[in-house]
Design a protein around this ligand. Structure first.
Ligand SMILES: Nc1nc2c(ncn2[C@@H]2O[C@H](COP(=O)(O)OP(=O)(O)OP(=O)(O)O)[C@@H](O)[C@H]2O)c(=O)[nH]1
Ligand SMILES: [Mg+2]
Length: 478
């Protein structure tokens, strides 16, 4: 049916109005909304979940004008902030259980949130007045979304595996297993391995036995010895895809470059190792890790010192390997993961275990643990910094007499105790310590009870330098 001329022009006018509105909305969105994705990474138990919980609660308190994040006040962010709201879950990832985690910290008997078993994400929407509006209302308010994800620290250490084939990965892993603290828990695995013919046709029972013994070693090394550089991380903490037979493998002594006998155990494990890397890449690194703008790598430096020479060396190696993976100028293959990342912060956590005087040393030591790579990264596209922080400050600075000397200490309530104790952590060295450093008794490290918090979170969570870290990461985008 043909339009009457007046109907036709009415529709043209209507269409034009709709198109104009849509174009204005699209322009408004393009100009006034943006998303900043911050990756919070770190080895297992480094303090990622606590960092995110405290950061979110303190941002909420800052929006209420509670002065929870002084750095944001100093830079006028709190004044310009109109609204801050947590975003509902998206279909991208399960929501970070912020409310449950905060409730644990703020309960009548304060306790720490549980270990993370899978990936979760939280989004925070900021409605904020622009610094400069050029006098136009159109530009007055911006919407910025901050996305933060949490995941088990174990998965992170699969990142270096992406650049390593089965033979070199096996060689390196078996070498580490044969030395230091690891040798004892690894013994049953090595004993059985010696009885296995790697060129014989693959046998399911042998494959499973090797895998089980390797798993037992990994768990023992993590839970009893406190070691962190353990791969594959998906063996210790279920990976983000259903576990299949393809995950039944272990490192084997196969010569790099040698072609493996088809159908043999060695060939089967090599195939499964490649499948594992493909899955980890597709389900975690490619889907989540790659899309970040900013990166904070949390490191429990004090825990590493407390653990003694093997644990310290293990942590140092892990941090160095990770720094290498984030290095733009370094290994080409991994660069895509860091493609969009323009700021990186390496932060030593739990700095409330040491008095103020020693927090600088903690930061310097962390920089040196990351090795030369961290300095190379400074020259590259990303700005890299180091920091020492406490997401939840559980102690106060104090002084005590030790062996007739007046020393700086911290005072806090160890978990499960009813009296505050003064605690002298020992001197934090400025560089990875020499062997004689470990001969003295060093670094007692109690788990402190979180401080009493307002359940409604009105006044935020006490912290040390969390505001500096957060402002460095996102301040320029607010
Ligand atoms: N005193 C103090 N202890 C902290 C702080 N942050 C973390 N901790 C301690 O470190 C433990 C581990 O912190 P989490 O945040 O759960 O560590 P994570 O990196 O998420 O660990 P995974 O989920 O196992 O990878 C906590 O249970 C606390 O005992 C802090 O700021 N101060
Ligand atoms: Mg966690």
């Amino acid at each position: 049916m043909n339009d009457q001329p007046e109907d036709f022009w009415t529709r043209v006018r209507q269409g034009w109005r709709v198109a104009r509105k849509q174009a204005a909305a699209a322009l408004h969105d393009a100009v006034n909304t943006e998303t900043v994705r911050v990756a919070v990474t770190g080895l297992s138990r480094a303090g990622k979940t606590v960092f995110i919980t405290s950061a979110v609660q303190n941002l909420l308190a800052m929006a209420e004008g509670k002065g929870a994040l002084p750095k944001f006040d100093d830079h006028g962010v709190s004044d310009r902030l109109k609204k801050l709201a947590l975003r509902a879950a998206t279909s991208d990832a399960p929501r970070f259980p912020f409310e449950t985690n905060f409730a644990a910290l703020a309960s009548a008997a304060p306790h720490w949130p549980p270990r993370t078993a899978s990936l979760a994400e939280i989004g925070i929407n900021f409605t904020i007045r622009r610094r400069h509006t050029a006098g136009l209302d159109f530009f007055k308010l911006r919407e910025a979304t901050l996305d933060i994800i949490d995941y088990p620290g174990e998965w992170l250490l699969d990142l270096p595996m992406l650049a390593e084939d089965f033979a070199p990965w096996s060689a390196e892993t078996l070498k580490r297993m044969g030395t230091g603290l690891r040798a004892e828990p690894a013994k049953p695995f090595f004993d059985y391995l010696r009885s296995v013919d790697l060129d014989a046709p693959a046998d399911d029972d042998i494959a499973r036995r090797l895998h089980d013994l390797y798993l037992a070693y990994l768990f023992d090394a993590r839970d009893r010895l406190g070691l962190r550089y353990l791969q594959p991380g998906g063996f210790l903490c279920a990976p983000p895809w259903p576990k299949t037979e393809a995950m039944i493998f272990a490192p084997l002594p196969v010569a790099p470059g040698r072609s493996l006998k088809p159908g043999s155990l060695a060939a089967l494990f090599q195939k499964r190792y490649d499948l594992y890397r493909q899955d980890m890449n597709a389900h975690f690194f490619d889907r989540h890790f790659r899309r970040f703008d900013r990166q904070i790598v949390l490191v429990d430096v004090l825990g590493a010192l407390h653990g003694g020479p093997d644990v310290f060396e293990d942590t140092r190696l892990a941090i160095q390997r990770l720094a290498d993976c984030f290095n733009y100028g370094g290994r080409g293959m991994l660069n895509p993961f860091a493609r969009g990342i323009s700021k990186v912060l390496f932060a030593a956590t739990k700095a409330d275990h040491v008095p103020e005087r020693q927090r600088d040393a903690l930061q310097i030591l962390l920089g040196r643990m990351a090795g030369a790579d961290i300095d190379q990264m400074r020259d590259s596209r990303a700005v890299v910094r180091t920091a020492a922080l406490a997401s939840v400050r559980c102690t106060l600075d104090d002084r005590a007499q030790i062996d007739g000397r007046d020393v700086a200490v911290v005072r806090g309530l160890p978990m499960g105790r009813d009296k505050l104790v003064k605690f002298y952590p020992g001197e934090v060295p400025l560089k990875p310590p020499e062997p004689d450093f470990w001969s003295g008794s060093f670094f007692e490290l109690p788990v402190f009870q979180p401080p009493k918090l307002d359940v409604k979170g009105a006044s935020g969570v006490p912290h040390i330098a969390l505001d500096d870290a957060l402002y460095y990461l996102i301040g320029d985008r607010l």
